[in-house]
Write a protein that binds this ligand. Sequence first.
Ligand code: G3H
Ligand code: 13P
Ligand code: ZN
Length: 333
Amino acid sequence: MVSYKELGLVNTREMFAKAIKGGYAIPAFNFNNMEQLQAIIQAAAELKSPVILQVSKGARNYANQTLLRYMAQGAVEYAKELGWEHPQIVLHLDHGDSFELCKSCVDFGFSSVMIDGSALPYEENIALSKKVADYAHQYDVTVEAELGVLAGVEDEVSAEQSHYTRPEEVIDFSKRTGCDSLAISIGTSHGAYKFKPEQCTRDPKTGRLVPPPLAFGVLHEIEKRLPGFPIVLHGSSSVPQEYVDMINAHGGKLPDAVGIPEEQLREAAKSAVCKINIDSDSRLAMTATIRRIFDEQPGVFDPRKYLGPARDEMKKLYEHKIIDVLGSNGKAE
Ligand code: G3H
Ligand code: 13P
Ligand code: ZN
């Protein structure tokens, strides 16, 4: 048993309480490799922003859970080296799909876990989420549960259609599970194709897709029923069109990729939404930079010559999110 406290990590409880009161949100960035982690920590340390490092099932399969955990432990020391005296870094399991997996993360030094029972029938979701919360709370590890189904693919859980969270269920769900935060479905979804063209209109000037707005009415209903309770938004990448264009200009093919407009995320961050999950935007920043370099400098074969600039671009992206979208800069001095 390794406690996250020994590793210098923190859970989400205090940072969420402050974020709700302060009208900002904490960035939850996924990481799969060293360059992403370096960019996240550099941005968070320079801006003194609390940050959540997320490990998904895909990341565990790709990089190995043990290695990722030690990397997060190293990240705490790296943050201090960068001059962040009291780093507020959470190591979070993203989309945990079983009690055993959540338990293994709690036992191994994660400070927060998500149990994603959103594809299960209501009562089964409650039973599983409660089992995880009961276990995790013994070690002061915080637990995110999910109610409502996001469109698209939730890791390997395929949801043909999204089902918005039903506000009338949230009190019962949060009370009976004992979860510390609740991921909800209000129209976001994972990946770089969040909306089908037929769900969007098209800007006549640019020809770009304009997505339908998020269901803020549902969010406000949920807030009313659970005042002060931390709400989480998954699938919150904006799919920056400059990256999509760069990818397409350098041999890629991402036609009509579209995300959540940042303006709407800014609005959400001011509400009880206090954790905003971003993964795809960092993938796009990395891919766009690497494609450009391969195209412009075909003789390059030292990975540092393309992974280094990709890391710098991701850092710029994380800084932009922290300052201009979530407003979490300076909240972990
Ligand atoms: O929630 C989905 C995240 O973007 C992680 O996806 O399992 O492909 O790493 P992944
Ligand atoms: P995006 O695919 O929009 O970046 O969402 C990431 C996410 O929700 C991770 O859990
Ligand atoms: Zn997610």
